[in-house]
Design a protein around this ligand. Structure first.
Ligand code: PLP
Length: 299
């Protein structure tokens, strides 16, 4: 059985001098504490899909990801806990013969079968029809890369629903990778409150379309209460510049909160810089959703 998440996740008020000077209140929504094996937005996005998989009698989950994908590890752990088989289609056929990194080792240790495919084949499989995969692996629930689908968006919409008293002065912030988390947060906000996504990859235009498409898939309509900030991707997906590392280390020291580097640190730095630049109106209450845990130190 998969242990339930600890919900609602805590809301933590931060004493932050830069935010205070800008007249901005800063809080964290500690989704990183939701679940030990399926933390942060992984729980929000996977839980509704897992319920659906069990209800539909699926015996295998199949998903996609890169060599260090948190989503792949979370699917492996969830499948194991639920007594389901799992398959991870991994980008990079050169990895097949290489020693497993800590992330892939963890997925395999949870019973996931890994299939390594070339980058071209990966693109085709992850974005195209799944007929070939189903023929190869049998009937299974196929979860998209990053886990973002209509059910995942509805799961992420639970985040603002857990925060009492949201209104006109509230801005909820989260990282944007595939867009499912932002799509759901925005959809779940009450009137007047707004969402700001921080892109962690170069994706201006593309990411906005992804978020809109996910909202259409989940709710049959778009929402106009969100935007994406593109100034803090740090050079691209997975890139963590020294400035982001330094900021994250200082943040951890000051507030005692572990900061995941590829998503959460970029989001916190973006909020910090926007506040310092006076781009957040005084009186704004910013709640940053801590969407994940730092990677375990590579063994
Ligand atoms: C810690 C963390 N935060 C944020 C994201 C991005 O979320 P989304 O893909 O829903 O935009 C991810 C990846 O899914 C993640 O691992």
């Amino acid at each position: 059985m998969l242990a339930p998440a600890v919900l609602p996740t805590p809301l933590q008020v931060l004493a932050d001098p830069v935010a205070a000077r800008a007249g901005v209140e800063l809080r964290l929504k500690r989704d990183d504490l939701a679940h030990p094996a399926v933390p942060g937005n992984k729980w929000r996005k996977l839980a509704p899909n897992l319920d659906g998989a069990v209800a539909d009698g699926h015996t295998r989950l199949l998903t996609f990801g890169g060599a260090y994908s948190t989503h792949v590890r979370a699917v492996a752990a969830a499948a194991q806990a639920l007594g389901l088989a799992s398959t991870g289609v991994i980008r990079g056929d050169e990895l097949a013969m290489a020693p497993r990194n800590w992330s892939l080792r963890a997925a395999e240790a949870a019973g996931m079968e890994l299939e390594f495919v070339s980058r071209a084949a990966y693109r085709a499989l992850a974005t195209g029809e799944h007929g070939e995969l189903l023929r190869r692996w049998g009937r299974c629930l196929v979860l998209p890369e990053g886990g973002s689908n209509a059910l995942a968006v509805r799961g992420a919409a639970e985040i603002p629903a857990e925060i009492p008293g949201l209104g006109e002065r509230d801005l909820l912030c989260c990282p944007v990778g595939t867009g499912g988390t932002l799509a759901g947060i925005a959809a779940g906000l009450p009137p007047g409150a707004r969402a700001l996504g921080v892109a962690v990859l170069r994706g201006e235009g593309y990411l906005e379309r992804e978020v809109t498409d996910l909202q259409l898939a989940a709710y049959g309509r778009e929402f106009d209460n969100w935007r994406i900030h593109h100034g803090h991707h740090g050079g691209g997906y997975g890139r963590v510049p020294a400035e982001v590392q330094t900021f994250a280390a200082e943040f951890e020291q000051r507030h005692g909160v572990p900061v995941e580097r590829r998503y959460v640190a970029k989001t916190l730095l973006a909020v910090h810089d926007l506040a310092a630049a006076g781009e957040l109106a005084p009186g704004t209450r910013v709640t940053v959703v801590v969407t994940g845990l730092p990677d375990p130190v590579a063994a």
